[in-house]
Design a protein. Structure first.
Lengths: 190, 190
DNA sequence: TCATTAACATTACATATGTAATGTAACATA
DNA sequence: TATGTTACATTACATATGTAATGTTAATGA
């Protein structure tokens, strides 16, 4: 007896992502989605209790994409790959990046997860295995701060000419500086 | 014959700053200001053509405060002081920091000015005078990226326990790492 | 074929905001 | 003291947004 659905949940989320990408998270509204779908605002409320709920779902999707980016094999160094993916994500998905890290979505949980991921990656780099826990922690923190600063610069358009290989070089050079320092301080302690 | 003014331009800007500090730049509206002043929205339009114009004036004020912060003598190193002031500003004036660097105010002009300032400061550090222009430039960029990353972390609340002295230490340590690397690479070239 | 019902459209109400139009009262001067 | 000017208040209109209430229609089972 029921009528056949025209729109589904995924379509609504996809339209939302398109709006966020083009106009920013702040512009995401039920009416914008309706315009995008060429429909009324009703379908949105068919699948989501509120705009708040939809926005959470959209945020989740951008996070999925971020995780995709930071797990790609840009180089042979998985530790570096995370940072490179992060910066390239900032370049290619400005508005998603802003939504995740610079809006009021309390990104600290997300950053925690990223750091945890980095913590496992860093162990895979052979030359760093000899470092103590606190030494590795310090190195991690420095690398993360630099990566984040770099990415925000890319995001805000201050760092231009940012081809993949240039991003890789910039981050890898900075990483080597931190690593060399960490190894040096490790040797000195002994 | 005219009536005595009750509110002046400065009061309106001050109220605006209070609102931005407490509720964020997005919440700044004529009616909010009126609430703050216990008045109507009319006085705002007495001194400003539009809210847009007022917002520009408010942004200018936050920039003035930022310049104040980055010119304070936290340490004897003027180069370091800029970064420290920047991070402390992010800690003490979250919403101003967001408005300036993370909102859509096209901060690149501001960053340019900051970099120019840093460029003059760096020359005052004796041990760095020997570096070539491009070497100094590279060092500057690295320092700036790190400082910005650090400040955004402070802003987003990820870096906690951020007393002045801890911020100074963190940035000075990172600075030393970059400086040592720059000097080392300079020596190698010879 | 037709009644039912889910999916969507339409309309409407509430709130927030910018800002123009209009009203009002205080104050300096004549 | 009367008056004109101006600073502010009030009111109103336009737009944007969330979302509830209500209307409409397409698909299916009887």
């Amino acid at each position: 007896m029921p009528r056949k659905p025209i729109f589904n949940k995924d379509e609504i989320i996809e339209s939302s992502l398109k709006i966020v990408k083009e106009k920013g998270f702040k512009q995401l509204s039920a009416r914008e989605i309706a315009r995008e779908l060429i429909s009324s605002t009703r379908p949105v409320y068919e699948y989501f209790q509120s705009m708040e709920e939809l926005k959470m779902a959209v945020l989740e999707k951008t996070l999925d994409l971020l995780y995709d980016y930071i797990t790609r094999p840009y180089t042979r160094n998985p530790f570096l790959n995370t940072g490179v993916g992060y910066a390239i994500f900032a370049r290619d998905h400005r508005e998603y990046f802003r939504t995740i890290f610079l809006e009021d979505n309390d990104a600290s949980g997300i950053i925690d997860e990223l750091l945890k991921k980095l913590d496992t990656e860093i162990l895979k780099v052979p030359e760093l295995a000899k470092l103590s826990h606190s030494e590795r922690d310090e190195l991690l923190k420095r690398g993360w701060i630099y990566t984040h600063g770099f990415s925000v610069m890319v995001f805000s358009g201050y760092i231009k000419n940012n081809q993949d290989d240039q991003i890789i070089r910039a981050l890898s050079e900075a990483g080597e500086i931190f690593i060399e320092d960490a190894l040096q301080k490790h040797e000195k302690k002994k």
